[in-house]
Design a protein around this ligand. Structure first.
Ligand SMILES: [Zn+2]
Length: 433
């Protein structure tokens, strides 16, 4: 019961202090930053000195996943050692018990790829805040009884805590097969559908084929990049705006406004932009979470590539996102005819492919070495050649020659894994975050 009260209190707080102007936003951030230094960072061995000296945020060191994990013991405020946390999390994962605790702190493993998995800690108050934020920004609060179908890689007892008389959560395991999902969805008839875009696309197909009979009033895309053309397709089939959530183990970062545009949660985060190109359009977000306390997240650079939306019609003062383009390791690298390395952002390749032929229904592109691309295309017979030509034209523009584009029969997508349509599949060292 205490936990539910905590959630309620956080919910009221989130609503009540939501800033309406840029000035109000900055005031709130400054207030929370001061409090974070005093109440949290002073208890972290890693940050104590800076916090006691009341250093400005800009004077704090930049973090990334490797540095964060290397300083795990000093950063967290509970005196937890990395090996101990890792053992608990691993044991829980093997037994599929999704609530590993270390004292009063929940331990989670991030789903990073091989070798450099992150560990995240959350105390009860932080979990209550997360639940409140999900209710406020994603699910919505209502007194009417609603059923939520939630597609996840692993169940989490966090969702059990949102369960109530008015909200019924049903967990769908991504490792189950589609016919199982369709049967359960048809029986459940959810009001709210939460899944990653690749699963939503499968469900949209089933809706059109007449094997799925649901009419959710809210559809929420999570966990993967939602490309503009997938969004158009989903909005057409589901007949509504598709909402998005941008979340990772490092934080609950952004959610859609009334216009369906993602906004960073700058009422409890500070976002710095590390620009990636001269046009200052693309950036890596550097996040400071003003409310995390077990494991402070201060100036943590993510390797996601964000394209900024300069003016969202909703008028909120928070930073808006035109598109999440992918991750740093979705950027393909080539060598041009003069021997220089050339980076090509996924969005350019995406356009080269989808605009090459209207008949293309699905695709993935994986770079397996500097001169080899594996292209999967679902469409008509001509579609592969058209897409291949589209990519070659783009490479030509950058004076890149001699790249071999090979047709593959299967999508680069492991069941249950995140779909990344464009990816660099040979340089694991890029996977720093
Ligand atoms: Zn907006």
């Amino acid at each position: 019961m205490f936990f539910k009260l905590q959630i309620l209190w956080r919910l009221v707080q989130l609503r009540w202090r939501k800033p309406r102007t840029t000035k109000a936003k900055q005031r709130l951030q400054q207030k929370l930053w001061k409090r974070l230094q005093k109440k949290v960072l002073c208890h972290s061995g890693f940050y104590r000195e800076s916090a006691q000296n009341k250093q400005p945020l800009a004077a704090y060191p930049l973090m990334n996943k490797a540095r964060f994990m290397a300083n795990f013991n000093a950063i967290n405020t509970h005196g937890i050692e990395v090996q101990e946390a890792y053992n608990v999390a691993l044991k829980a994962e093997q037994s599929r018990d999704f609530s590993p605790m270390l004292g009063k702190v929940t331990v989670g493993l991030s789903s990073g790829t091989s070798g450099n998995r992150g560990i995240f800690l959350a105390a009860q108050a932080e979990r209550a805040f997360w639940v409140a934020a999900v209710l406020d920004r994603v699910i919505g609060v209502a007194l009417k009884k609603r059923k939520v179908a939630f597609f996840l890689r692993a169940n989490s007892n966090l969702y059990d805590s949102i369960k109530s008389r008015v909200l019924q959560f049903e967990f769908f395991d991504l490792y189950d097969n589609l016919p199982q999902h369709l049967a359960r969805l048809n029986a459940l008839k959810p009001h709210i559908l939460v899944a990653q875009p690749s699963m939503l696309l499968e469900l949209a197909q089933a809706l059109e084929a007449g094997t799925l009979h649901i009419a959710p009033t809210k559809v929420i895309a999570v966990a993967e990049v939602l490309s503009p053309e997938d969004r158009v397709q989903l909005e057409r089939v589901f007949g509504q705006t598709i909402h998005q959530v941008y979340q990772c183990t490092e934080g609950f970062l952004a959610s859609s406004c009334s216009e369906g545009v993602l906004h960073f949660h700058e009422d409890f985060l500070i976002i710095e932009k590390k620009y990636l190109d001269e046009s200052r359009l693309r950036f890596h977000p550097v996040i400071t979470d003003l409310l995390r306390s077990s494991q402070p997240v201060v100036r943590y650079e993510l390797n996601d590539i964000i394209i900024e939306e300069k003016a969202c019609p909703c008028g909120q003062p928070t930073l808006a996102i035109a598109q999440i383009e992918g991750r740093a390791d979705d950027v393909l690298h080539f060598v041009d005819t003069t021997g220089n390395t050339v980076k090509i952002y996924p969005d350019f390749l995406r356009r080269a492919i989808i605009f090459s032929d209207e008949a293309i229904q699905d695709y993935t592109l994986a770079q397996t070495d500097l001169q080899r691309l594996e292209l999967y295309i679902k469409g008509q017979e001509k579609s592969f050649c058209q897409a291949r030509q589209g990519i070659l034209d783009l490479l030509n523009k950058h004076h890149i020659a001699g790249v071999n584009i090979v047709q593959v029969q299967h999508k680069h997508h492991e069941k249950g894994g995140k779909l990344r349509r464009i990816k660099q599949a040979f340089n694991e060292q890029n996977d720093q975050n």
